[in-house]
Design a protein around this ligand. Structure first.
Ligand SMILES: *[C@@H]1O[C@H](CO)[C@@H](O)[C@H](O)[C@H]1NC(C)=O
Ligand SMILES: *[C@@H]1O[C@H](CO)[C@@H](O)[C@H](O)[C@H]1NC(C)=O
Length: 453
């Protein structure tokens, strides 16, 4: 049997496909067809895989393009339109559910795409997209997905709108045009934080990722969540890239990105303007990196709250770098309730710019966000190993640095280096308030704690 040169080319590519898959985590095909035109989706090229921990070896880099080309031919595409989604103002939930069922159970391709078309506005009631799936699925949102505004639609589970659960190697990709809109106005009006005569009830988080591994969320807009916009819970190996999250500055509890019980998550290049925390990182989270983040309005970047209701909390290895905080009520905040236990440790804030921030640097170990006042309690979530490096900007209040640490444990090993926060209006000075803090400073630090324990 004779082989043409193109057959030999593909034979060698085929061998390569057999040899290297264990090394690459992006989709690889088996039924690659030489007739198939190369399909190079730049998003696919950019955001495939989770090899950020392990750079591609140079010697294999030239073959990457071919591998992706080959994988395209084993891609199966489903479109919600083909399942009856109309985008005409009616309820599209059933079509999305059926499309997901087909996409998730498909095993014909190595990768499966579920497409939400561009320039369409789909209306969705609470929905859960469950795995595990038979293939690697990408949810491609080119159009808009909008939440039902009717509170009765959430009767069965009032704390989630869109839920993705038990998924591996899963991607949600918005291609820059995709929008997820929580349509939250009714929920805000019914919040006890807005209208004190109303009882406090829960509202849905717009999008929850629960128990997802190897997850990418990229190039997508989130708007007007009922409560939090985006929650990662019990997930690992997560990449979040290029999100724009917006809600009114006075919308209650509309955190941008909430990270809970999640390890190895990287959040990069996000713009977040909401009514609550920009990014909040709570118990069970480890190895969290957030970089190139712009926040404001909102409550700033927060670790905690931790230790509510005497609970045990653990947060460690957090790096926030290259953040811009504009007009937020807090800048870099660690907040713990009295009576908790556990720790928040090894936390680094670096290269942060602030403008018009009310509490630029704050550790609050007496946090209390409930109707009746909190009791004094001896135990606390221990805070240690926190670095503030190269933090500059303006404070809207006089106290620009506030370490309010517990009497019993104090805050340990806090390093402040090259920090300069001046008053917003060029009037007077900023001050530092420091209770029970083990502190070192390096370089130029202003304001400085006057007496340090
Ligand atoms: C607050 O809620 C009460 C009770 O439902 C209602 O009568 C009142 O109009 C609400 N106030 C505002 C400002 O919406
Ligand atoms: C500071 O932030 C507050 C609250 O967001 C805003 O109302 C005010 O206009 C801002 N001032 C300046 C000078 O940016």
């Amino acid at each position: 049997m004779q082989y043409s040169s193109s057959q030999i080319h593909f034979l060698s590519l085929f061998l390569l496909l057999i040899i290297v898959p264990s090394y690459f985590s992006f989709p690889l095909g088996h039924n690659h067809n030489p007739e198939e035109p190369p399909v190079l989706d730049h998003h696919q090229k950019t955001y495939t895989g989770h090899n950020f921990l392990r750079p591609y070896p140079t010697i294999l880099r030239t073959s990457r393009r071919e591998l992706i080309t080959a994988s395209a031919s084993s891609k199966v595409v489903f479109n919600v339109h083909d399942f009856g989604a109309q985008a005409n103002g009616g309820d599209d939930t059933k079509a999305f559910r059926n499309a997901w069922k087909k996409a998730c159970s498909n095993s014909e391709g190595k990768t499966v795409e579920l497409v939400v078309p561009k320039n369409r506005n789909y209306h969705i009631k609470p929905i859960t997209f469950s795995g595990p799936c038979k293939s690697q699925v990408t949810f491609k949102i080119y159009g808009t997905i909008k939440a039902s505004p009717f509170l009765l639609d959430y009767e069965r589970d009032s704390s989630h709108w869109i839920m993705f659960e038990n998924l591996q190697n899963f991607k949600v990709e918005g291609a820059g045009t995709g929008i997820i809109n929580g349509n939250g106005r009714k929920w805000w009006e019914n919040s006890c934080k807005v209208n004190e005569s109303l009882p406090c009830t829960s509202a849905p988080t717009a999008v929850t990722f629960y128990q997802c591994n190897n997850l990418d969320v990229a190039n997508l807009r989130f708007q007007n969540a009922q409560r939090m916009h985006l929650t990662f819970q019990k997930c690992a190996l997560v990449k979040v890239l290029n999100l724009i999250i917006t809600a009114p500055g006075n919308s209650p509890n509309t955190d941008g990105i909430h990270v809970t019980e999640t390890q190895d998550i990287r959040i990069n290049s996000c713009r977040i303007r909401t009514g609550d925390d920009c990014i909040s990182i709570v118990s069970g989270s480890r190895n969290v990196q957030a970089s190139d983040i712009t926040c404001g309005p909102g409550h700033g970047i927060s670790i905690g709250s931790l230790g509510a209701e005497n609970s045990e909390a653990q947060v460690s290895d957090v790096v926030v770098s290259r953040a811009n905080l504009i007009g937020t009520t807090n800048g870099l905040r660690i907040k713990t309730w009295q009576g908790g236990s556990g720790y928040a440790k090894n936390i680094r804030f670096e290269n942060v710019l602030m403008h018009n921030v009310t509490n630029p640097i704050i550790i609050d170990q007496h946090y209390c966000d409930q109707e009746k006042p909190c009791q004094d309690q001896a135990s606390a979530v221990k805070v240690s190993g926190v670095v503030y490096q190269n933090v500059k900007g303006t404070s809207a209040s006089k106290v620009a640095v506030n370490f309010d640490c517990s009497e019993r444990f104090g805050c340990q090993e806090i390093l402040v280096q090259d920090v300069n926060i001046v008053p917003l209006n060029d009037e007077g000075i900023t001050t530092a308030s420091c209770q029970n803090v083990g502190l070192r400073d390096r370089g130029i630090v202003s304001p400085k704690c006057s007496s340090q324990k």
